[in-house]
Design a protein around this ligand. Structure first.
Ligand code: 1HN
Length: 342
């Protein structure tokens, strides 16, 4: 047997003082499986709703958005909901404009409340309604505006912590409040928003989906058309939003899904590599994560770290619908995807 390493001696002092550590001192970090620092965590809508209501008067929408960033309690104040993703809840009051800017982290939005506000992406106004899923990819100019009479609330999801870890953050403020809205309103939907039919004359194939909005009507239609299938024993009737030209994920860094848990449906437990953020679109349920129960209802947001054993159950009297974002495309591209059922 080797003698135990003494790390208090002069040799170890020498290396530590000079920014070196022996592998024998840190080998415990090579864990048999992922041990995320992020914890499973839930933000309940009852709390988010209060914060949303107060934020309207507490902070003006200035150069920055009125977007409440959800910080994972396990990540020591880092700007992160999971190790790779940040989720936020953003509020836009009637008449407000959130100034145009662009950045390398990609964003998705899922509309929680309010109808008819817009995000303008690269000069194209995208009109948003409850349940719609909207994209603002890497380095696309975007401003938001609410020309309606009601407050609009949505969830933002971005790959900020991943982009930051790779030291690839770039940010630029537009010189105007609004970028020029020169393109037809909802133009990307008119061109790419037809199920399984993509225009052949468009030669450009962006790495992100050129379809900027996936409407709730179409999403619900698809879920209900499939509701009598078995679906996945782990995810129920789960659908991925896809890039209309490639069938792949909507972004190179994020996969976005919608899943239906039918009344009484209790899914099996599984763990996967990669982290996710869930948003409850409808219904009530319970997710067991590493032995802890998270009871959820409409509007709640839940962080699910990598390799956490999780099982969803619909405990309500009707359908439950979950929207989620994950870093799965990155995990798969790099060859790190794994799953296990215990
Ligand atoms: C951002 O630019 C928006 O454009 C929302 O609405 C949330 C969170 C982190 C970084 C940038 C937006 C964001 C964000």
């Amino acid at each position: 047997m080797n003698a135990p390493v003494k790390t208090e001696d002069a040799f170890h002092q020498l290396i530590h003082e000079n920014h070196m550590w022996g592998l024998w001192e840190i080998a415990s970090q090579m864990t048999p499986h992922p041990r995320p620092q992020a914890i499973p965590y839930q933000w309940k809508w009852s709390l988010l709703e209060k914060v949303v209501r107060q934020s309207a008067t507490a902070v003006p929408v200035g150069d920055e958005r009125r977007a409440m960033q959800l910080f994972n309690p396990g990540l020591n104040g880092q700007w992160a909901t999971t190790n790779t993703l940040i989720a936020a809840v953003q509020v836009l009051l009637p008449g407000e404009i959130a100034r145009a800017h662009r950045h390398t982290p990609s964003a998705i939005r899922f509309i929680m409340q309010g109808n008819g506000a817009y995000t303008a992406v690269e000069g194209e106004k995208v009109l948003m309604h409850e349940g719609d899923f909207v994209l603002t990819a890497n380095w696309q100019w975007h401003d938001h505006g609410n020309e309606t009479n009601e407050t609009v609330v949505w969830m933002d999801g971005l790959d900020v912590p991943l982009t930051k870890a790779l030291d690839c953050i770039f940010f630029e403020m537009h010189k105007e409040l609004k970028a020029e809205h020169a393109k037809p309103v909802n133009g990307s939907k008119a061109l790419y928003g037809h199920a399984n039919l993509a225009p052949t004359w468009v030669k450009e194939r962006p790495r992100f989906s050129p379809l900027m909005i996936y409407s709730f009507d179409q999403t619900m239609e698809a879920l209900h058309a499939l509701r009598d299938r078995d679906g996945s024993p782990y995810e129920g009737i789960a659908l991925e939003y896809t890039h209309p030209q490639t069938g792949g994920p909507v972004m190179p860094t994020m996969s976005c899904r919608i899943q239906l848990l039918r009344r009484g449906e209790k899914l099996k437990a599984r763990r996967v590599t990669g982290s996710s953020v869930f948003h409850v679109v409808q219904g009530q349920g319970r997710t067991l994560i590493d032995g802890n129960a998270f009871d959820w209802g409409k509007g709640d947001i839940i962080a699910l770290p990598s390799w956490a054993l999780h099982a969803h159950e619909n405990t309500g009297s009707g359908d439950a619908i979950l929207f989620s974002i994950s870093d799965r495309p990155v995990i798969e591209t790099l060859g790190f995807y794994r799953e296990a059922t215990s």
